[in-house]
Design a binder for this molecule. Structure first.
Ligand code: HEC
Ligand code: HEC
Ligand code: HEC
Ligand code: HEC
Ligand code: HEC
Length: 501
């Protein structure tokens, strides 16, 4: 009987078994391959190689760089100098001087530190050194608060907080109650120190730990001014459709304050990490550094917040008294986050990182370009991913927006300088300062607006129409001020001597 038996492999049952086993094996192989590919994809996504352990005490970016060499390499390249028509600080040597390029600024800032030293910004690698050597620091007394945006201070603040008696330990999670208590106590303490003392507490410019959670690399905000400022903005009634997580928080019970690290989406965080520093702020001896966002992010809302603000000495808010006229005026600083908020890109969900840190392919990996710089050096990756226009066309659109903004800004600066000169002449002619008080309000408003656009670093690109609106108001307030002063000196009625909206 054995002879009659079909060969083993031809028996139907065995054949079926084999086919099944083969299929199973194939499936296993495919699955294994798939698993392999997915891990590689995941690796590519995270670009994580855990060479070293990172925790809440790892400040030095070189250590993070062991796990993420590509991002670290880009980060180091922020030391490369460049210049575009309005961006960068020049390709070599010292950064270009903004007051030498535009001497009107010296009259506009007369009596304030910006009249003695004010340069073009340069790359992140320079932020700490540039602050240490500016004449605004070496020739004027400045508070430790200046360091808020010029150093990696997440750990330094927490260490100082612990010294102030804040609870817990340094290696507790940043977002834990203890971590936050340490941060805020340290921030308050460092703000009050003299700059020379505070700057000894830090060693690096903005670093990985200031934007990333060391446990999983997700984005986070760590700067106390932003954490408080964005919570104040959330509490206001001002619509912020470009920040949907705030709109969502407002619909809830609002029992706990808005917290970007808990509430914001990843896309929002891709702008908020920059909004930690690229914003208007108060940083002086009279109170702790703050972002003036209680009424919203628009130029007149910030102005209204300042106008209502009273220092502990009972005086109203002003940054300095103009040396020539005596007017109590405001200084604007780099309101990139605020200006971006008014533009069509923000409204369309385009983040700072989309343009300033676009994805770059490195072999099989897609990473974010940590060489933060002008997108005009990088139009193909920064713009053409969304706009299907040739590079020259996109550059020309930016150039047109910037040239228009600059032309309007020149007129606004001329108007402010003309008002300052008229006020100066009126004082020299013996006109009593008390009588001039209403005219000072025109100077304050006109100067605040032109400075806001000048201090904003995109020369209008981040929100072209908004920049034009602000400059038009500046020109109007400057010229209204001159007319009111003329009426005063010619003995006319002062009926119109209140800035009209
Ligand atoms: C749609 C793209 C886009 C978005 C979004 C965007 N920017 Fe810009 N930004 C530009 C362009 C274009 C310039 C002009 C660059 C130049 O003149 O070289 C610029 C200029 C700047 C500059 C000066 C650059 C230099 O080289 O000196 C800074 C700083 C800046 N942006 C910060 C920000 C911040 C912060 C945000 C988010 C709140 C933001 N930008 C959002 C496109 C963008
Ligand atoms: C810790 C504060 C801080 C954070 C966070 C920060 N910046 Fe900056 N940024 C600065 C300072 C300060 C400078 C100017 C440094 C100098 O001139 O020495 C600067 C300069 C720049 C420049 C000019 C670069 C050049 O080479 O001229 C660009 C563009 C820029 N930042 C964009 C961004 C973007 C986009 C983000 C978010 C991804 C961001 N920054 C986050 C503080 C910060
Ligand atoms: C809220 C964040 C923030 C604070 C606080 C801050 N800066 Fe800056 N600083 C920036 C950013 C952003 C830039 C780059 C953009 C620019 O130059 O407009 C910058 C640029 C600078 C520069 C290079 C360009 C220039 O203006 O010459 C110097 C110097 C500087 N800051 C000094 C100071 C001093 C001094 C203080 C304290 C009085 C201070 N900063 C406080 C964010 C800040
Ligand atoms: C000013 C904020 C900022 C600093 C400082 C910063 N990063 Fe990032 N980083 C970003 C942003 C924005 C992204 C994009 C994240 C996203 O889209 O989820 C990113 C993404 C990453 C990612 C995810 C993969 C990728 O490339 O998109 C890694 C890894 C990373 N950064 C490493 C580092 C390291 C290492 C350092 C320090 C050498 C560093 N980062 C410093 C803002 C920052
Ligand atoms: C992530 C997508 C995205 C990126 C990146 C992007 N844009 Fe845009 N851009 C948009 C959208 C969306 C609009 C709104 C108009 C529309 O729907 O086409 C817009 C509008 C514009 C406008 C007309 C509106 C205005 O503000 O005047 C210009 C000019 C422009 N973009 C230039 C640029 C340049 C230059 C870059 C690179 C520095 C860039 N964009 C990067 C998506 C993008």
């Amino acid at each position: 009987m054995t002879d009659n038996q079909a060969p083993f492999l031809s028996r139907p049952t065995v054949r079926m078994g084999l086919v099944a086993a083969g299929a199973a094996l194939a499936t296993i192989l495919v699955m294994a391959l798939y698993a392999n590919v997915s891990t590689r994809k995941a690796e590519a996504k995270q670009t994580t190689v855990n060479v070293v352990g990172l925790d809440e005490t790892t400040v030095d970016p070189a250590i993070w760089g062991k796990n993420f060499p590509r991002q670290y390499d880009g980060y180091l390249r922020t030391a490369e100098k460049y210049s575009t028509t309005y961006g960068g600080a020049g390709s070599e040597g010292m950064p270009k001087s903004r007051i030498q390029e535009d001497p009107r600024l010296v009259s506009i800032f007369d009596g304030y530190a910006f009249a003695i030293d004010f340069n073009q910004r340069q790359g992140h690698a320079y932020m700490l050194d540039d602050q240490r050597v500016t004449k605004r620091v070496t020739e004027r007394k400045q508070p430790g608060a200046c360091l808020h945006c010029h150093a990696s201070n997440t750990v330094a603040f927490r260490e100082q907080g612990l010294k102030q008696g804040a609870p817990g330990k340094l290696d507790e999670p940043f977002n834990s109650a203890n971590g936050q208590a340490q941060l805020m106590a340290g921030f308050e303490a460092v703000c009050k120190m003299p700059y020379g003392e505070a700057t000894k507490l830090v060693q690096h410019p903005v670093a990985c730990i200031d934007c990333h959670d060391p446990k999983n690399m997700s984005l986070r905000v760590t700067k106390p001014g932003f954490i408080r400022g964005i919570a104040a903005l959330a509490k206001s009634a001002e619509p912020v459709p470009h920040l949907p997580s705030i709109e969502k928080w407002r619909k809830g019970d609002k029992a706990v304050a808005y917290d970007a690290n808990r509430d914001a989406s990843r896309q929002e965080m891709r702008s908020m990490v920059c909004g930690q520093c690229h914003v208007e702020y108060y940083c002086g001896p009279k109170t702790t550094l703050f972002f003036p966002w209680d009424k919203g992010l628009k130029v007149e809302q910030i102005e209204a917040t300042y106008d209502e603000y009273k220092f502990s000495d009972g005086k109203r808010f002003f940054d300095w008294k103009h040396a020539k006229t005596g007017a109590e005026v405001l200084k604007a600083q780099h309101p990139e986050f605020e200006m971006w908020s008014q533009g069509v890109h923000a409204r369309s969900g385009v983040s700072c990182a989309d343009c300033h840190m676009p994805y770059v392919r490195e072999g099989a990996l897609k990473i974010s370009d940590h060489h933060v710089k002008s997108p005009l050096l990088n139009v193909s990756r920064a713009c053409q991913t969304c706009h299907r226009f040739p590079e020259d066309e996109l550059k020309a659109r930016v150039a047109t927006i910037q040239a228009r903004t600059k032309a309007l800004m020149d007129r606004a600066e001329d108007a402010v300088v003309a008002l300052i000169n008229d006020l100066d002449a009126a004082k020299k002619a013996g006109l009593d300062e008390a009588k001039l008080a209403p005219i000072f309000e025109f100077q304050r408003k006109a100067q605040w607006r032109v400075d806001y656009v000048n201090a904003e670093n995109s020369m209008g690109f981040h929100a072209p129409q908004e920049a034009a609106r602000i400059l038009a108001e500046s020109i109007d307030y400057g010229r209204q001020g001159q007319l009111a002063l003329k009426a005063l000196t010619e003995g006319g009625k002062l009926a119109s001597a209140k800035p009209k909206k």
